[in-house]
Design a binder for this molecule. Sequence first.
Ligand code: ADP
Length: 474
Amino acid sequence: MRKTLYLKFVLGYIIFGFFGFVVVATFVSSMTLEHLKREKADALYKEATLIANTYASDLYNSETSLDTVKNQLDALDTYLSATIWIINPSGRMVLDSSAPVDLENEVVIENFDPTVTSGSYYTVGTFFDTFNEQMLSVFAPITSDFKVKGYVVIHMPMLSIEGSANSLLNISYVLLVILFLLSLIILIFFTEMVYLPLRKITEATEQYASGNMHYEFQVDSEDEIGYLAASLSYMASEIARSEDDQKKFVANVSHDFRSPLTSIKGYLEAMLDGTIPPEMHEKYLNIVLNETERLTKLTNGLLTLNNLNTKGMLLDRIDFDLNPVIRNIAASFEGTCRSKTIGIELVLTGDTMYVNADIGKIQQVLYNLIDNAIKFSHHDSAIKIETNEKNNKVFISVKDSGIGIPKEDLKLIWDRFYKSDSSRGKDKKGTGLGLSITKEIIHAHGEHINVISTQDVGSEFIFSLPKSEDEDED
Ligand code: ADP
């Protein structure tokens, strides 16, 4: 495809040149000749009329001699480079500027017919076979007493007119060549602006198609092609990113599955071979249980996300009071909070706050956010859960004063399996799925979730929910 596009353009260029030549060689050539012929005929007709009205009519009125007129016509013959005749209507030659006056030998033009010009004042041909070459012959009648006494005929060889036409034609050819060369600019422009960028884009697509998503290319133009290249490059970087995410994801999943499995296996083997004495079994079986819970959590998270992606989310929306839901979930963290001496402060608007949402999913969202807030909080700190009402929406905020999120990670925390490096070490239980599930749930409700966070200061997650439309319940 690449080659043919260029070839097509070059072919178009050659065809343009060829047709340009054909047009000049045919139309322009015939038009120039026709124009010059007419122009010459016009000029000669003026001369012929002048001669007819002056010398020739004087001659017929016997006011001047044949020799005087001959002399005058000879001068004009040289000046015009044309042969001037004065002939009678019968065709008898009275005077020929190209031959001496010879009264003895009468010259008669056979078949002379003054109507040969058929309405015009000139004719092209051999003039009743008197010439061996093509001549332009211009007629002007000599009239006296309203009668045609004779004709002034001026002959000019067509060859001389064709010579002038050819000179003009040569100029046209030169112009055509200049134009052809100038239009090379279009070809160069096309090559630079379209063909080369397209080649780069095609090369890039080939690279992408063969799996090299990290292939980089640069098209520095701000037109549609530049836009196309930028979009393509963006698309590739997105695919590359998602591929990288996928790899990271598999690595994370395997890592997250492997570590609990390794510890379960280790404890069970130690119990079986007696390394762990039977009286200690309960303690280690509890550890094993915790690890299996973690595995279950991970598997559930994966399943939830998978379902969200494949089916979209089916929500079971009902109107419910949000306040007790928040209180209950906060209460469920009491044990964890006590061990880290973290306090949860609830600042809830209104005695009741009815929202329209899927209660189970919103519980999951609150659970994830509070769980994170506690995980990433320092000991002896406080977490604030606050609700606010605005424009028929309820804004729920979960705010901690923990480790915060680095600026560069803020966009990434919503990605599946994203766990910041710092949390990976500390928070072994995290799956990196919580926030992406949370975001999907909130988006499925047609609402938004946002985070404001400063590293080493704390984080605040705020999401909105639609208030219940039934005002009575509020
Ligand atoms: P995890 O199961 O690891 O908590 P999440 O998707 O819930 O997964 O969170 C992803 C990452 O976002 C966490 O690993 C952590 O780095 C960061 N994060 C989430 N909530 C907070 C918070 N309240 N404070 C600081 N970092 C947080």
